[in-house]
Design a protein around this ligand. Structure first.
Ligand code: M6R
Length: 366
């Protein structure tokens, strides 16, 4: 059942190239320069006339929602807000029939997300679901939606659900952008072609497992870790920290890189590992200067860089290279080494990888 892997989590990490293909199959028509998604096509006016899009979710799905915010605002120029479903539902939110709500949930059963949907519907909003489990409560409760088609995710720590949610959000952004004309035909084609290359690039990244294992062995006993990223990769930093916390029980925090100097920098000394995403187009110089600030306080840097990088390589203690792609698509790659890293640390610490203590796969009570 684990397909020869020791754990479901590792199996699911390795399934990602296929899961991403399954997600975009039939939707991404790269040769025609088109995205086809019936859930969006059938309700295009709702999206085009929306004052704003509000994304509601919990946990990893909320992180995917944040990537969605960066994607939709950048490509389709529609204002997006991302809310924890648990906060949204209890704070008397201002929501009208001009709002579109996108609910993201792997299981489709998360109590807070379901309640947020019901609230949004009661205020007249159009609610679109992004779920993995077919026929789940959230899939049924929403007006329309798109399945991720990731296949069953058994490991409590979400992996392929995250990358496939981001894939759906990328397709939605491209679809809306092409309809609105905020992205040229040639740019759309370019993105679709680059999307098609992503599964192979994930495959390539999965091969660096030994290197990630070496890094895991060095830092597995750290009591605390920081994860930093900017732009499209800020949510990946949050997700990297969540992955480490939930399966290895190491305290980790994700931060936007530039926020470091507003507090967390005080934590940095020679015992603090800091995982930094420094891809070549993502505010690179600014992240490099953050890395220098960390180094001058003796922090340990593990950097995720674009292949061929030289600057960060000289300063960092370890680097992990990701293949080149468009910056907006990098979360699909940068998240992979973090998943592997958490996995190996948890295994080395003898933790229950697939069923961490105190956690349930789907949180059906608030
Ligand atoms: O099924 P959902 O996507 O609604 O679940 C949301 C969270 O409970 C979930 O992502 C949780 O944070 C995972 N354990 C993360 O790995």
């Amino acid at each position: 059942e684990k397909g020869g892997y020791d754990h479901f989590m590792l199996k699911e990490i390795h399934e990602q190239p296929k899961a991403v293909i399954d997600t975009y199959r039939g939707r991404m028509l790269a040769d025609k320069g088109m995205v086809r998604m019936s859930g969006i096509d059938n309700h295009m006016n709702k999206f085009l006339n929306a004052d704003r899009i509000i994304i509601v979710a919990c946990g990893t799905s909320w992180h995917a929602g944040l990537v969605g915010e960066y994607l939709i605002e950048d490509m389709a120029r529609i204002p997006v807000e991302v809310e924890y479903a648990s906060e949204f539902r209890y704070r008397n939110p201002i929501i009208t029939s001009n709002d579109v709500v996108i609910a993201i949930s792997q299981s489709g059963e998360t109590a807070d997300t379901l309640a947020a949907i019901k609230l949004a519907k009661s205020k007249g909003a159009f609610v679109f679901g992004i779920c993995n489990v077919v026929g789940s409560s959230i899939a049924r409760e929403t007006h329309a939606g798109a399945y991720t088609h990731a296949g069953p995710e058994i490991g409590v720590a979400s992996t392929k659900a995250f990358t496939t949610q981001i894939t759906v959000l990328t397709l939605i952004s491209l679809k809306l952008a092409s309809k609105k004309g905020t992205l040229s035909k040639s740019a759309l084609r370019m993105y679709l072609q680059k999307m098609q290359l992503i599964p192979n690039k994930i495959e390539e990244l999965l091969k660096i497992d030994d290197k990630v294992k070496e890094i895991a062995a060095v830092y597995k006993d750290a009591p605390n870790c920081l994860y930093l990223g900017r732009g499209f990769n800020f949510p990946v930093a949050l997700e990297g920290a969540l992955k480490l916390k939930e399966i290895s029980y190491i305290h980790a925090e994700g931060y936007p890189a530039a926020e470091m100097k507003h507090g967390p920098i005080a934590l940095i000394d020679e015992n603090m590992p800091i995982f930094v995403i420094a891809t070549n187009k993502g505010h690179y110089e600014k992240v490099v200067s953050n890395i220098q600030e960390i180094k001058s306080r003796a922090g340990k840097i593990i950097a995720i860089v674009t292949e061929g990088d030289t600057t960060v390589k000289e300063i960092a203690d370890h680097v992990i290279e990701i293949p080149e792609t468009e910056e907006a698509l990098t979360p699909l790659l940068t998240t992979i080494p973090f998943q592997l890293l958490s996995y190996h640390i948890a295994v080395m610490l003898n933790k229950n990888v697939d069923q961490p203590r105190n956690l349930a796969k789907s949180v059906t009570v608030e």
